[in-house]
Design a protein around this ligand. Structure first.
Ligand code: AKG
Ligand code: FE2
Length: 271
């Protein structure tokens, strides 16, 4: 085994540097069985909701769901999936397993995980459930949070989300401070030639810093987008509006921290 002589050799330099340079990384999932279980669960819940037979090909079923559901029933379908996820205890551990090594490199090994997972379903050419350009920190999220974004179908171009390059984002945030924009659409128009639509095929996971402006537009691909998202943060890092206990749940706390959190100095030392 190589003799370690610097702390940087103990880190996963490629992942750390990529995350710092771009504000995101796309990595292969670390546990494909968990990903398949997650996708099958969503397929089964969807087939039950729509009263249709279980398909042989889950990917093509999800990609083509717009042939079975209209946009006025889409939110009910989404909520049926979210409720089914909520009452399935294996779902969140499986979700965390998809990128646990990468999360450890980027966030740490003592983690808090969002309790309620997000699911986004976007039918082709449907503008009804879009997220305008934003950074979650503008609206009360802590800058220590990272979003784990998992596609259940291949996501690319407008079937995916976009993020700003870090240098463009830095200029944007300065211009925003100068009060230059009247609306989110104004902001988007100013940066629309610079946004990067992320290429995240099924079988990979995107981890991004929600301090950098991002969002989505109408899906102009001929297939439906299905993606999940969930926030992770280092359990002892500062919280903003979303608190430990209600929004976040600790999922890994090491024994020394457990001892530290419950330790009380003997009375005499407090005085
Ligand atoms: O999924 C998207 O298109 C955007 C997701 C997002 O804004 C978030 O997870 O913070
Ligand atoms: Fe966001």
């Amino acid at each position: 085994m190589a003799h370690i002589t610097s702390f940087s050799e103990l880190a996963d330099a490629d992942i750390e540097n990529a995350f710092l340079e771009y504000g995101y990384v796309v990595a292969p999932v670390e546990n494909i069985d968990s990903l398949e279980a997650i996708r099958n669960f969503i397929v089964e819940t969807t087939a039950t909701f729509l009263s249709i037979e279980l398909p042989n090909d889950p990917q093509s079923f999800l990609d083509n769901i717009h042939q079975h559901v209209s946009k006025d029933r889409l939110n009910d379908l989404r909520l049926a999936c979210i409720n089914a996820i909520r009452s399935t205890p294996w779902f969140r551990p499986s979700y965390a397993a998809l990128a646990f090594g990468t999360l450890t490199s980027i966030v740490g090994n003592e983690l808090a995980m969002q309790r309620g997972l997000g699911l986004s379903v976007q039918l082709p050419k449907d503008g009804s459930s879009l997220l305008a350009i934003h950074a979650d920190t503008w609206d009360g999220d802590s800058s220590y949070e990272v979003v784990q974004w998992v596609p259940l179908v291949d996501c690319f171009k407008t079937k995916s989300m976009y993020i700003l390059p870090k240098d463009v984002d830095a200029v944007l945030q300065k211009d925003m401070a100068n009060g230059q924009f009247k609306s989110a659409e104004d902001i988007f128009q100013a940066v629309k030639d610079d946004v990067i639509y992320l290429d995240v095929p099924y079988g990979s996971v995107l981890l991004f810093s929600q301090t950098i402006a991002h969002g989505n537009r109408v899906n102009f691909e001929p297939s439906t987008r299905w993606t999940m998202n969930c926030r992770f943060k280092s359990v002892l890092s500062p919280y903003a509006d979303k608190k430990l206990g209600d929004f976040f749940e600790p999922i890994s706390i090491r024994p020394a921290t457990r001892l530290g959190l419950t330790y009380r100095l003997p009375g005499a030392f407090d005085e």
